[in-house]
Design a protein around this ligand. Sequence first.
Ligand SMILES: C[S@@+](CC[C@H](N)C(=O)[O-])C[C@H]1O[C@@H](n2cnc3c(N)ncnc32)[C@H](O)[C@@H]1O
Length: 313
Amino acid sequence: MFEIALQTHESCDDLLTEARPGLASNRIHQGDCRTFLKHIKDKAIDLVVTDPPYFLDGLDNGWRKGGKEAPRATGTVGGLPVGMKFDPAQGKALQQFMSGIAGELIRCMKPGAFALVFSQPRLSHRMAIALEDQGFEIRDLCVWHYTKRTQFKAFSQNHFIERMDLPDWKKRQIIAEMEGLKTPQLRGQHESIILAQKPRQGTFVENWQRWKTGLMNADASLDGSRPSNVMQVEKADLAERGVAAEHLTPKPLRLLSHLIELFSSEGQTVLDPFLGSGSTAVAAQSLKRDWIGIEINPTYVALAEKRLADAMI
Ligand SMILES: C[S@@+](CC[C@H](N)C(=O)[O-])C[C@H]1O[C@@H](n2cnc3c(N)ncnc32)[C@H](O)[C@@H]1O
């Protein structure tokens, strides 16, 4: 665990504690971020951009025949049938999972530094509470908006009506009455990004003078206008994703680059404890930021390494 998987260019500072000496930045660290984050020094990180697992699946596998599966040691998630997906326990488990991580993040971030944390919209309140309870100030709830058509997942109840213990004519009658009615699942066209900030030391000016954090670069723009909390960037299609398509949920580089430009400066260090296919690292590298990536799945580590190597050519 936690072998250094890649070094793209020279790291500047040693950001790891004496318990785990060694260079940390511009490397992917393979392992569980809940353990690795503890080795990052206090007040070492300038920006966090991360996209944790969404916890919509796999938190309770008790529905499976034969009873519950052993709890997953990694924090990764599996699959649930549609009917189980609105279990409120999912949100509570996400909050609990993120709470310990948020505590480590705020410790290792500089005063005034920002954390941009992606979240599925319907669980974003739990994510925000996890961050706020650990001392972050929730400054905004940004929206990543994409117009590309996504799958429409709402379904009719006909299948269940057919299975009801009723005469056939009655089933036909109910089906006719409920024509056009579907489960309340709107087509997804956005994801939430929580903008959280570690409290500043003193005024904006005092904090900036000491830490070079706490203010945004108002010239960063997606479309030529002033930066907004609605960020419209299309999802890349499979061809555009290249090797990143081997990961289920790669985020668009354009969006990550915008977030990094808005909330950090050249030479600063960007941390992503859920690196996935390496998108944050690729964007940070191209913008001349140092970065630290943590990813639990060795297959994704290898994929991220390949993307970073390709991006340097
Ligand atoms: C939503 S994906 C991130 C996708 C990434 N933003 C990208 O563009 O490729 C979340 C990632 O977190 C990883 N992960 C889950 N639990 C983890 C943990 N405890 N420590 C480190 N990584 C973890 C998963 O393997 C997955 O690749």
